[in-house]
Every structure is written in C-alpha cells, then in structure tokens.
Design a binder for this molecule. Sequence first.
Ligand code: FAD
Length: 452
Amino acid sequence: TVSVMLFTSDLRVHDQPALAAAVREADEVVPLFVLDPGVGKSGFAAPNRRAFLADCLASLDTGLRQRGGRLVIRAGETAGQVRRVVAETGARSVHVAAGVSAYARRREDRLRAELAGVRCELRVHDGVVTALPPGAVTPANRDHFAVFTPYFRRWEATGTRPVTAAPRTLRVPELAGHPLPDRAAVTGLSPALPRGGEHEGRARLRAWLARGVSAYEDRHDDLPGDATSRLSPHLHFGALSAAELVHRARRAGGPGADAFVRQLAWRDFHHQVLAARPDAAHADYRPRGDRWRDDEKEIAAWKEGRTGCPVVDAGMRQLAHEGWMHNRARLLTASYLTKTLYVDWRVGARHFLDLLVDGDLANNQLNWQWVAGTGTDTRPNRILNPLAQARRFDPRGEYVRRWVPELAELGAAEIHRPESIDADRRSRLDYPDPLIDPAEGRARFARARGLD
Ligand code: FAD
C-alpha cells in the first residue's frame, strides 16, 4: 500500500506525527511538497520567506534521504497535484497537518473534494503546527480564549502530546518530480537573512538550550543584547516542532525556560484565535470605530526607518537588513505606527509580512491587532512611550548606534533625542527631525478613541 505525506507548515522529520502515521500505515510513502502559485497570489511568497523555504526543503530532502527516502516536489494547485500523485501511485491515504488560516482550510476542503472521487482518505493531523491544537482548551460556552492569561493557565495544566520519534526508514515509490527550488535564484533578499532548514534549526535549538535559555527571563527585552532564541522562522516553517520545544525547555528547567515556554504559549494562543476567527487576519477582532489616518509620507518614513525617532528607526532598519526584528522593537515600531501616527495596523502588518522571515498570519496579524488595541489586549488604549522604552531597553544607545550609524557619535544621554542637541551639531547629522512629538500623537489618539 501507498500513502502520501503532504508537507505544508511542518517541514521536518523529527516529532512529525503526520509523517509517522503515513509511514506506519503503508509500505511506501510519497513525501510530497507542492509549490502552489496560490501562495504567490495571496501575497505571501515574499523573497525572504521563499529563500528560507528553499533551505527548508533542501534540508527536509536530506533528512528523508538519510532514511532511504527523498522529497517529491510538484508544482501547481495543491489539491489537483495531490490527486495526480494519488492516481499515479494508487495511494489509499493522504496525511496533512491541520492548518488554522482560511487558506489552509480551503486547501483542506479542496483536498477532501478531490479525494472523495478516488477512494482515498484524507487524514488531517492536529498538534503538528502548534504545541496544543486550537480548540484543545476552551472557556465555558465559547470556541476560543480571547484573553491570554486564562488561556495560559489551562494550556499549562493540559500539557502537550508526547514527542513522536522520527521514522528510521521509509520507502518512496518511483515518481517524477521537480528539482528542489534554489535559494540562490531568489532575488531581493535582506542582506543578513538567516539560513533555514531542519538541520540548522536543530543546531540552533541545541545551542539555545545549552547557552541561551537560562538567561532568557532577565534578558529577553534587552534590545542590544539580542538574547532571544531566534527560533521563530524555524517554527513558522515547522522545521522545528513547537511541542518538542516545550518538552525540551521544560526538561532544561528554571525561570528562563519557564519564560520561554510562556512565549511558545503565546504562539498557540494566537493560532487558536485565528482558527476560530479566520477573518481576524484582515478585519478588526474588536472594532473600536477607528478612522485611521493615511499619510503616505509618514508611512514611507516609517518603512524606511526615517521617522526621527531613533529606536523606531533602528527597529525598522533591522527588519530590512535581517528580515527579522527583536520583539521589543516590533512592539515599539507597531505602537508608533498605530498609536503615535494613528495609521491602520493593516498597513504595518503588510509591510512586516513583506520582509519578516518568520512572517506568520496568526502571529503577525494578531500581534499587530494586540498592539493597535483592536485585538486581544485587555488594555487596548495603552501607548508605549518610545523615549521611555528606549531608555529602559537600550540604556546606552547601543541598539540605535548599531542600526542608525548617523547617530553613532552621540552619547547615551542624547542618542535617543537627537533633536535636543545644539543646533550646530544637529545640522551636521544626516538624520531627520521627528515626524511628530509623541505627546501630540498621544493626545490625537486619545481624542480619536474618545478618551479625553
Ligand atoms: P523568543 O523570544 O525566543 O520566543 C520563542 C518563540 O515564542 C518565538 O520564536 C515565537 O514562536 C514565540 N513567540 C514569542 N513571542 C511571541 C508573541 N508575542 N506572539 C506569538 N508568538 C511568540 N512572531 C512570529 O513568529 N511571526 C510574526 O510574523 C510575528 N509578527 C509580530 C508582529 C508584531 C507587531 C509583534 C509585536 C510581534 C510579532 N511576533 C511575530 C512575535 C514575536 O515578536 C516573535 O515571535 C519573536 O520576536 C521571534 O523572535 P525569537 O524567536 O527570538 O523569540
């Protein structure tokens, strides 16, 4: 017998329940990835993520070859391609991880419809993409949690499924396929884009557990310290399993590991919101009657990292250079756009998705909504004061100096407020004046939300 393992956001062989089930059930397995032009049409195939995906597919192919198999690549609409593979091999089952987005749901529906006619069963596996599947814990009379803290309490008490062993061997039937996509062929990448793939991800995870996680609780907000795991793109593509990370961090133990596990629960939290409310990818989760401003010049300055607010500009430039941004900087830049400039969160979320290598519909859109106060934050009108935040999380100005070299010669006392230095020195810096006084932005926002 033959089964098909359709890889989507789960590009790994370790702790891969869907692959393990496919191998267990059949004599031969087709490990399949479909390059679907629909992803490009949805605007989701940004160059940074296409390059990282190429790394992930190459690494997955290597992992499968080490077990006697290989990855089969096809191109076209996913359900139609799967049906062709089923017809070519006589497969009796197709295994796929459950997804949370509207796109993933539609793909599942199409697969079901295509396979119904050919006596092939679709097996959708929960708990592959997240540590705990959406819907595994719910409040009384509701289909999802809208607040993190009670979600986290239940999430922690429930525990995640055990880790699944990687298959030792697998046999793949003779089949034609496309060559692996080539990272080098993708243009327009961020210059310091990280490398992807399961091999790389697991090496980073080992190093993180050995050397990084113990200091995470104290240092995760330290902007120049850069002391977070940077595992997010590996999680986004499923090259690492969230459930395995939870188990391994718990085994490492200590306050750093606890704080890290809590962040992984945030990831699950946003996924269960999106699974219940797929429209929250685009529509306000909790509408606040906002009539956002739409100022092209300000939006362009924000994207370029030339707002005149150094810590915001530093974050935006890190994003462009690395395809990644520190979480504290994401919070600051997003708060600046949505609350200080009062620009629609969708504008910022789109820009992040164009660049972030970990760009993820659930985590990105719902974090943006959280910051904009249209999402799950229980204090929707809070505004992060960029100056106070910069002084707290970048007290010596090292993060700003790294990313905004125009300001490199300024000392710690002045680097976060270059507009305050004397006019003569100021005129020699190639750095813009602030777009807005944050106090003015704060007052405008308060008026807009009817708080004054
Ligand atoms: P660590 O601090 O090491 O955390 C470990 C893991 O926990 C992360 O890899 C991530 O999977 C998860 N995690 C941590 N914080 C969050 C959070 N707030 N929400 C959900 N999961 C979290 N994360 C994405 O993965 N993709 C996105 O597109 C994304 N967009 C964001 C947009 C905004 C405006 C904000 C404020 C946050 C966004 N985040 C996003 C969440 C967070 O900033 C990143 O997950 C984190 O910075 C990744 O770095 P790390 O792996 O070093 O994180």
